[in-house]
Design a protein around this ligand. Structure first.
Ligand code: NAP
Length: 473
């Protein structure tokens, strides 16, 4: 091998190693224990792929590329450093949108570079052109859809599902327009240039991204983000095909597949079809079923001192963290409670529902951040058989994920959703601020049950009081 051949082979080798690192990193992301290093491994892979790209023979404009990297990296690094756990979904959405924008602009650039030689759909360049068109469409939808999702979660756009007459018909017309523009780009006559068709295609797809996400309630955004995530992966993969870049194909496929799997898992854990999420049902306050039925019944209160006695002298306590715990940022206090109880000889475990909180893995990450040992975090399937032996189940800012109506009431919007069997514990303590409903907007019979006592208050404040009382036992 000559020196020139060796240098020419470096980018391909870098892409191959990078792809392996992406796969290895993704595998490590599947457990909280290894996720941090998995992220680092994948980041090293991305660095390698970038480095390899710099060595491609037809690379130029290094100054501009480095400037773009600096402009992108500084805000990215600052945002990632400062983001609160509760603001993670919108951050993921923003980053995902940037991925979509990249696929869009790379595909557009490829098109503009190649279009003068393009002579119609029968051209042998079809294999190159078709992925480019897909890259533009998926990249555009993902870009604007993710920005709207970000706006909704950040409170910049109304969280409520925005609806207008003829919504679905408008989206169908847009989709048909996209198909027509794609066809036109290959067979346009002298009146309409292929490039005009491509610009129309991109504009329509950008609009479709906005119009498809606006009608979805803010609370459903994590699922939407996950769908858009797979869309970005797909966009990157097809753009990789257009550019014949192996690393992009593999990375895009991994992202696309991971996003799709996550979407399926979330929908299953909420017992809702993807169509119901995308075309609206509960969530975001729009169509939520009113909290009815039990509103005239009474919820029995308890004081922090009484909870301390109950839990402090128990043999087994199961803690169920929910969205309210995340909002209150009470993860460190709950860990303190766990340690205080364990010092007294109480066995303490955490019950983690797959969709507790507002994004997948929310509770695991939050509690890991507070140094709760991983073996104490038990998945729903593992912990459910243990509730019957638990003396106390402490529900903190959770609601839907412990609502027995999911098991017993076929009329309930959450019927069929797998839940944590907190109601099977000998005693149930619920910490929440008042009679607010959860994400699904429905009443929870558990809060009115004979074994349940309510400790009203913000999760952080209530846990502070509870911990003080346990220390005083
Ligand atoms: P939830 O059903 O939304 O209930 C949260 C409860 O926390 C509310 O009833 C609220 O009652 C209480 N709360 C709010 N702020 C609080 C605070 N500062 N201190 C104490 N309590 C507070 O939450 P969840 O049980 O965790 O269920 C998650 C829901 O989100 C599920 O329906 C799930 O399907 C949905 N979801 C999850 C994901 C995901 O991936 N994780 C994605 C999309 C949707 P008060 O107002 O009375 O305090």
């Amino acid at each position: 091998m000559t020196k020139d051949q060796f240098i020419a082979a470096i980018p391909e080798a870098a892409y191959l190693i990078a792809s392996l690192l992406f796969i290895f990193g993704l595998k490590r992301l599947s457990s909280p224990r290894t996720a941090r290093s998995g992220n680092l491994v994948a980041a090293v892979g991305m660095g390698l792929a970038l480095g390899g790209t710099f060595l491609l023979p037809d690379m130029g404009n290094f100054g501009w590329i480095i400037l773009a990297i600096v402009i992108g990296s500084i805000p990215g690094w600052l945002l990632a450093k400062r983001v609160k756990m509760t603001a993670m979904p919108q951050m993921v959405s923003l980053f995902n949108g940037m991925g979509g924008a990249c696929a869009l602009f790379i595909s557009l650039d490829e098109w503009l570079k190649g279009s003068p030689h393009f002579t119609g759909l029968s051209d042998t360049r079809l294999a190159h052109t078709f992925p480019m068109l897909l890259g533009i469409v998926f990249g555009s939808i993902s870009f604007t859809g993710s920005l709207v999702a970000f706006g909704k979660l950040q409170g910049l756009v109304s969280e409520k599902p925005l609806r207008w007459p003829g919504q679905k018909i408008i989206n169908i017309v847009l989709a048909m327009g996209i198909l027509a523009a794609a066809g036109g780009s290959g067979s346009a006559g002298p009146q309409v240039s292929p490039t005009t068709c491509i610009v129309v295609l991109a504009v329509l797809a950008l609009l479709l991204g906005v119009l498809q996400v606006l009608p979805i309630g803010g609370a459903d955004m994590p699922v939407v983000i996950s769908v858009l995530n797979s869309c970005t992966g797909l966009a990157a993969a097809v753009t990789g095909f257009a550019m014949q870049n192996m690393s992009m194909i593999i990375a895009g496929t991994l992202v696309g597949a991971a996003g799709s799997l996550l979407t399926v898992l979330m929908c299953k854990a909420m017992n809702r079809s993807l169509a119901k999420v995308i075309f609206g049902s509960f969530g975001g306050g729009g169509q939520a079923q009113a909290a009815t039925g039990s509103s005239d019944k009474t919820q029995r209160e308890i004081t922090a001192a009484e909870v301390a006695i109950m839990a402090g002298y128990a043999r087994k306590v199961i803690i169920i963290p929910g969205y309210g715990l995340a909002v209150a940022q009470a993860q460190h206090l709950v860990h303190e409670l766990e340690e205080l109880l364990e010092k007294r000889g109480v066995e303490v475990k955490y019950a983690i529902h797959p969709v507790a909180g507002r994004m997948p893995g929310h509770m695991n990450v939050l509690l890991a951040e507070a140094d709760v040992p991983y073996p104490k975090l038990l998945d729903m399937e593992e912990i459910n058989p243990e509730f019957e032996q638990a003396d106390v189940a402490i529900v903190i800012g959770a609601n839907d994920v412990v609502n027995p109506a999911a098991r017993t009431d076929p009329g309930s919007p959450i019927y069929g959703m797998p839940i944590l069997n907190a109601d099977k514990a000998k005693n149930i303590i619920v910490i929440k601020r008042g009679r607010g409903t959860g994400f699904a907007g429905i009443e929870n019979g558990l809060f009115f049950g004979p074994k349940t006592r309510m400790l009203f208050g913000d999760a952080k404040k209530a846990l502070q009081e509870l911990n003080t009382e346990v220390k005083a036992l």
